[in-house]
Design a protein around this ligand. Sequence first.
Ligand code: NDP
Length: 327
Amino acid sequence: MFNAIVINKDEAGYRAALTQLDDTALPEGDVTVRVAYSTLNYKDGLAITGRSPVVRRFPMVPGIDLAGTVEASSHPGWQVGQAVVLNGWGVGEGHWGGLAQRARLKGDWLVPLPEAFTPAQAMAIGTAGYTAMLCVMALERHGVTPERGEVVVTGAAGGVGSVAVALLSRLGYTVAAVTGRPQEADYLRTLGAQTILDRAEMAAPGKPLGKERWAGGIDTVGSHTLANVCAQTRYRGAVAACGLAGGMDLPATVAPFILRGVTLTGVDSVMCPHAERLQAWQRLARDLDVHLLASMTREIGLAEALDVAPALLAGQVRGRVVVDVNR
Ligand code: NDP
């Protein structure tokens, strides 16, 4: 038997609860993992609360990421005892996920736990941090180097934002952090932000083209915020868009793209090819100051995930939430 958060949807409604499951209930897969830690990402908040239809079948164990140890494997790439990390691939949406003491998965989805990290540290990074790394790599691919000027991160005090600020700063970029929580200004400065901007300034409808300010940007918010970041991006700069915490719409014009050659590059962590994931985790091991993880992380037990999910969606959680599934 093992403990899991289970989401059900039936005549009784949509509900998530801590449940004991039998091992025979585990889904198909060639690797069984003893989970040590999972996390709460924005998508897990949506799944647990039912705010958006991210869960595609029921009953579902949420949790889009996990770190743990291989307990059984018929996959040639994985042996019993190996430490692994999983992000995405629809886990926690269409296949049972990490908010459980045990998971059965496809071996092809797993990456080795980087030696630089403990399982708890890997989950302090989690899908949010791995996505932040993918965003940084996207900016690099589009020629946004530290010498090109200031870069902006929106939703900065959230999970993706916090890791993005820390990574960019460590890599030598001058970082402006956009937040709706002025009380987190010191926290963001500790992560390496040099300028703190009020979210309200960026979230209001803006002009098609603004003053050229940013060499690049990482946006977790969408809507007017993303439109404004693009409108304020300098000639031939690039903006990596990965989130929709402020809205799914994009009320923008083509002006920044056709008059300033700005690139808007989309970042998806879920189906990201294996080689790029490996690269992202290797880069995290090299480029992230692990000492900053403690300040951006709060650890909770499995059942607590149910209560923290609504707070995360309300933008009240600072940084990352790590879930110790065995407590
Ligand atoms: P968090 O909830 O941790 O962070 C989101 C942050 O956005 C908040 O902390 C807040 O930052 C800001 N925010 C919240 N509500 C609003 C609002 N109404 N208007 C403007 N800003 C707001 O979530 P994550 O960091 O885990 O995820 C961020 C986004 O990225 C989500 O939309 C998520 O779905 C997406 N994502 C996408 C992935 C992909 O593969 N593309 C992978 C992972 C995440 P502050 O208080 O500093 O303003």
